[in-house]
Design a protein around this ligand. Structure first.
Ligand SMILES: *Cc1c(COP(=O)(O)O)cnc(C)c1O
Length: 401
């Protein structure tokens, strides 16, 4: 395999692309059909089925999927949406796209997901949805958020971008809420280069998402000559140039979808590899008292998005950042997943969020270190990562004395 990385570098992530992916992308290129075709439909079916949902709507990113889900649910100006401050920025930005108001609630220090009691306490007359994230893929509390959402008759949107293939107590991630959204950026469990997928059992909601991703073309629109046309009895619900609402071009290309189909066919073996790498890390570093390992509920079947350790409470953010820089200096990938969303400059300016508002999320986010994590990581490389981290911890301890 060709790689642009020097041999001795251990990157933060690395996609797992085999001959199957190459073959499927190549045959799509040769088919002459590069948009709105059989690969997108196959990919939608594979992902929706894996998430236990009736239908899937492929889009060009996870962010686009979140945007469409909120818009299709009718969320708009004046509406409050409850979500977590400890996540990738897109899980809250989608609220801003539709003009809604983000309402953050603090997290639980063990699972790093929103504290369910705080979710319930944050509900007001204006609350129109809850967006829940499986932080670093941890599926705990999803059922609790779903119960709260049901009790208050508001939709739960599952931002399951970090949890493809994860199950909790026999339920698939993607199927806890009214709608789920996956992302397929190259560091996720599977990749399409760029891409995303909305999954749901609500066929009307899915149709609205299909229209919105495709320039507002009519509900039920079927591209003439597409594989869906025969399923629709040869009837197309509208013409290519009829636009019934303001829509977007959020379509996923056939080329990206072909990559996704190949990756989905390999998902079980991909998950096995990720579980094995996670086990190696836990075995190698689990007893280090300077580090807090990710916890996994025994009832969770984890597909493992990333491997993020936390420094003990005595460490400062300056020390953490120096450790990350030191690891990178030794050609070992490391990152500060995630800075709190409410402290990003435009959230502070627009909404008046300040440090101290969500103390647990802030404290956790100052001490996290994402370590290299990908399918082909070997035991020797895990050992090298651990040795490098241990060296950096030792340096910090010497500095203190
Ligand atoms: C990856 C991710 C997304 C979507 O990212 P895209 O790059 O737009 O595909 C959204 N939310 C979370 C929590 C993510 O981790």
């Amino acid at each position: 395999m060709m790689t642009s990385m020097p041999d001795n570098e251990i990157p933060l992530s690395r996609p797992d692309i085999t001959e199957l992916e190459e073959r499927m992308v190549m045959s799509t290129l040769r088919s002459g059909r590069l948009s709105i075709g059989p690969m997108v439909e196959q990919f939608e079916t594979l992902v929706a089925t894996r998430a236990g949902c009736t239908t899937g709507v492929a889009v060009n990113s996870g962010t686009s999927g979140l945007h469409l889900a909120l818009q299709a649910l009718g969320i708009g100006p004046g509406d409050e949406v409850i979500t977590t401050p400890f996540s990738f920025v897109a899980s809250a930005n989608c609220i801003l796209f539709v003009g809604g108001t983000p309402v953050f609630v603090d997290i639980c220090p063990k699972t790093l997901n929103m504290d369910p009691a705080k979710v319930e306490a944050a509900i007001t007359r204006r609350t129109k949805a809850i967006i829940a994230v499986e932080t670093f893929g941890n599926p705990e509390y999803m059922q609790q958020y779903a119960s709260i959402a049901a009790r208050y008759e508001i939709p739960l949107i599952e931002d399951c971008c970090e949890a493809l293939g994860t199950r909790y107590k026999g339920r698939d991630c993607g199927h806890f809420g009214r709608v789920g959204v996956f992302g397929f950026y190259p560091n996720k469990q599977i990749t399409t280069g760029e891409g995303g997928m909305i999954v749901t059992d609500d066929l009307r909601l899915a149709e609205m998402c299909r229209s919105l991703r495709n320039q507002g073309r009519p509900l039920g629109f079927v591209m003439p000559g597409s594989p869906m046309e025969s399923a629709a009895g040869g009837q197309s619900a509208g013409s290519w140039l009829r636009h019934e609402r303001v829509g977007y071009n959020y379509r996923l290309s056939e080329i990206n979808a072909a990559l996704g189909v190949a990756q989905m066919q390999r998902l079980d073996s991909i998950i096995e590899k990720r579980q094995s790498v996670a086990r190696m890390y836990l075995e190698r570093m689990g007893t280090n008292s300077d580090l807090i390992m990710p916890t996994v509920d025994p009832e969770a079947f984890m597909s493992w998005f990333v491997f993020v350790v936390r420094l003990a409470p005595s460490y400062t953010i300056e020390e953490r950042d120096r450790i990350i820089r030191g690891m990178r200096g030794h050609d070992v990938g490391a990152a500060d997943y995630f800075p709190c969303i409410h402290l990003q400059p435009f959230y502070q300016e627009q909404f008046g969020f300040r440090a101290g508002m969500f103390p647990i999320a802030e404290s956790v986010s100052q001490r996290t270190i994402a370590l290299p994590f990908y399918n082909s990581l070997t035991r020797n490389e895990v050992d090298l990562v651990a040795q490098t981290l241990e060296l950096m911890l030792k340096r910090e301890n010497i500095r203190r004395d």
